[in-house]
Design a protein. Structure first.
Length: 185
C-alpha cells in the first residue's frame, strides 16, 4: 500500500516580485521529492482587507484561499519582517483564515529567508499557534538569503542551501505522514 500523497501549499509573506522569501519557496518546490507536490499560491495580494462583516458572504478570493488550505496536507510559509512585525498583507490573509476550520491542526513549516527577522518570526508563530496551526519545528529553517539577490535557481545552486531546504521538506513530509498515520490509527 502506498503512502498518502502529499500536497503542500506554499505561502509567501512578501508581495515583492523578486522576493527572497518567494524564491526560497520556489526552490523548495523544485527540490521536493517527486511524490510531493508544492504549489505556490499567488493570491495573497488579491485578498480584500479583512472585515468580519463579510464572513457571511465570503469574497471569491477568500473562498479560493480557504479551499486551497483545506486541500493541502501542509503549509510552507516564508515571511519577511516589516518594522519588527509580520507584513500587513500577510496578517490580513491569516485573519481571513481565523473564522474557518481549514487552518486548525494544519501542519506548518516556517521558513525564513533572513536570520534578522526574529521579531516577525516569533509574532507569526504566536499567531499560528493561536489559530491552532501545528508548527513542525524540525521542518522550520532560517536561511541567510538577505541581500544575496538569489533567485530559486541561484538558491538551488548553493549546495549548503539546497541541502538545508531538502532536509526541511523531508522532515515536514515525515511529520505529515506520521500525523496522518496517527489520525488513521
Ligand atoms: C517596509 C519595510 C520594513 C522592514 N523592516 C524590517 C525590520 O524591521 N527588520 C528586518 O530585519 N528587516 C526589515 N526589512 C527588510 C526586509 O525584511 C528584507 O528586505 C526582506 O528581504 C524582504 O523580504 P523579501 O525579499 O521576501 O521581499 C524591512 C523592509 C521593508 C520594505
Amino acid at each position: 500500500m502506498g503512502r498518502t500523497p502529499v500536497q503542500l501549499l506554499a505561502l509567501s509573506g512578501s508581495l515583492r516580485s523578486k522576493s527572497s522569501n518567494t524564491e526560497l519557496l520556489r526552490a523548495a518546490a523544485a527540490l521536493a521529492p517527486d511524490a510531493v507536490d508544492v504549489v505556490l499560491h499567488d493570491g495573497i495580494g488579491k485578498l480584500p482587507h479583512f472585515n468580519p462583516d463579510l464572513e457571511d458572504a465570503l469574497p471569491p478570493t477568500v473562498v479560493d484561499l480557504r479551499a486551497r488550505v483545506a486541500a493541502a496536507s501542509g503549509l510552507l510559509i516564508s515571511c519577511p519582517e516589516y518594522a519588527h512585525g509580520v507584513p500587513g498583507s500577510f496578517k490580513n490573509a491569516l485573519d481571513w483564515l481565523v473564522g474557518g476550520p481549514e487552518f486548525v491542526h494544519k501542519p506548518i513549516a516556517l521558513f525564513n529567508a533572513s536570520p534578522r527577522a526574529s521579531f516577525a518570526q516569533e509574532s507569526l508563530a504566536e499567531t499560528i499557534r493561536t489559530m491552532s496551526g501545528r508548527i513542525i519545528s524540525g521542518a522550520s529553517v532560517v536561511l541567510p538569503l538577505l541581500g544575496q539577490r538569489l533567485d530559486a535557481a541561484g538558491i538551488m545552486a548553493r549546495p549548503e542551501l539546497a541541502s538545508a531546504i531538502r532536509e526541511a521538506v523531508s522532515a515536514f513530509v515525515e511529520a505529515i505522514q506520521a500525523g496522518a498515520a496517527d489520525t488513521a490509527a
